[in-house]
Design a protein around this ligand. Structure first.
Ligand SMILES: [Zn+2]
Length: 339
């Protein structure tokens, strides 16, 4: 009896471990989730949105300084760049940007960090945010703490959380690209360049979760725990379901779909960096806090950020990416970009 009991017991133990490893109530997820803290987000945002960065205009010394700080954070956490690049930089040449709203811009850089998947390394989840802002005007620095310092620090924090899971032996099964794009304020130029020169083929890109402004509230929603989610059901019914489930089980925010209304005049689905993925058939979800009184003003400062909200919204993106990366089947593409 004893002879049979021990192996049977260990088989049950093993299989139950394997089945709970990646679930939202498992230790792997929760130990990673809890590394996303208000303290870290705040520490990084006070640097990214400091006067020293001069408002991070595309190609400016201040933007480059912010980029160096970001790279240092990745190096300190032990996350590297894609193998296909010899550094964290993807150069976006002036010649590419010098049309329309990009006229006169100097060379600039997208910044890419990468965690390779353990089982399906060729399938890529892209988590993006732009790290440029509008610079300094008449000696006044436009710090862009919410736009998009908030997304910038969120992406770094999510990388740290996935890397923590990897160190514990629960790394993502699919690969994750942490993509900090430049030139957004001049017409989505960095993401457009990436889409024209992808490091990983668009056909292998499973989804793009894009974050642009998640640290404040708009006048209709202050006091609520909410986030606008835009475009999550356009190309993939799976993506919306996964995002909703992540929120129901983990973050419990109010998901606001106002901007998914085809009659909404803002047409935000077509107007931020994620659309450069969507136009290539990659399902996207865009996370956003709305337009507030400091939007594109010099008063968009780090001390005005709601760090509790920034943490929760960052955790929602992390939880969504966790499922996208670890689920058995790649999400389906069953929609179109037409409303
Ligand atoms: Zn922005």
């Amino acid at each position: 009896m004893k002879k049979f009991f021990i192996p049977l017991f260990s088989v049950v133990l093993l299989s139950s471990c394997a089945s709970v490893n990646y679930s939202y109530d498992g230790k792997a997820f929760n130990h990673s989730l809890e590394t996303i803290t208000q303290q870290n987000l705040k520490k990084n945002l006070y640097v990214i949105a400091s006067d020293e960065m001069g408002g991070r205009d595309t190609g400016s010394p201040g933007q480059k300084k912010a980029g160096e700080y970001m790279i240092k954070q990745y190096q300190d956490m032990g996350v590297s760049h894609p193998d296909a690049l010899d550094s964290f930089y993807q150069k976006v040449p002036a010649a590419y940007m010098n049309t329309g709203r990009g006229a006169g811009l100097p060379d600039s850089e997208n910044i890419l960090a990468f965690i390779k998947g353990s089982e399906k390394p060729d399938e890529i989840i892209v988590i993006s945010a732009h790290y440029d802002h509008v610079g300094t005007k008449n000696g006044v620095v436009y710090n862009g703490a919410d736009d998009d310092g908030s997304g910038t620090v969120a992406v770094m924090e999510i990388a740290k959380a996935f890397n923590k899971a990897k160190k514990a032996g629960h790394g993502p099964k699919r690969s994750i690209l942490f993509l900090h794009v430049t030139g957004e304020e001049h017409g989505l130029l960095g993401s457009k360049y990436y889409a024209d020169h992808p490091i990983y083929p668009m056909a292998n890109t499973v989804a793009n979760l894009n974050i642009d402004m998640i640290g404040r509230c708009d006048p209709g929603n202050c006091g609520k725990n909410y986030v606008y989610v835009i475009g999550s059901e356009m190309l993939s019914t799976d993506l919306k379901k996964i995002n909703v489930e992540a929120n129901t089980k983990v973050t419990k925010l109010e998901l606001n779909y106002k901007y998914d209304d085809p009659k909404d005049p803002q047409r935000l689905y077509y107007r931020s960096d994620h659309y450069n993925f969507a136009k290539n058939g990659v399902p996207v979800a865009f996370f956003f806090d709305g337009i507030h009184e400091d939007y594109h003003k010099p008063t968009d400062d780090a001390e005005k950020i709601d760090y509790a909200a920034l943490q929760k919204r960052t955790q929602l993106v992390f939880a969504t990416a966790w499922e996208l990366a670890n689920r058995k089947d790649r999400i389906v593409v069953d929609g179109t970009n037409n409303r």
